[in-house]
Design a binder for this molecule. Structure first.
Ligand SMILES: [Zn+2]
Length: 51
């Protein structure tokens, strides 16, 4: 029965995909980011923004 492994892999991919937008310009998401959004500090401007 490999269904559980399949679900685990799917969940892992989903988690990785959720972090991809932030990596577009470096840095990770703040832990205080609202659900569905990723807030981080932009070094160029010194300001935090979400998207
Ligand atoms: Zn950004």
């Amino acid at each position: 029965m490999h269904f559980r492994i399949f679900v685990a892999v799917l969940a892992a991919l989903f988690t990785l995909g959720a972090t991809l937008p932030a990596s577009a310009h470096g840095g990770g998401c703040r832990k205080s980011s609202p659900p569905g959004q990723c807030c981080h500090m932009e070094k160029a401007t010194g300001r935090a923004h979400c998207h």
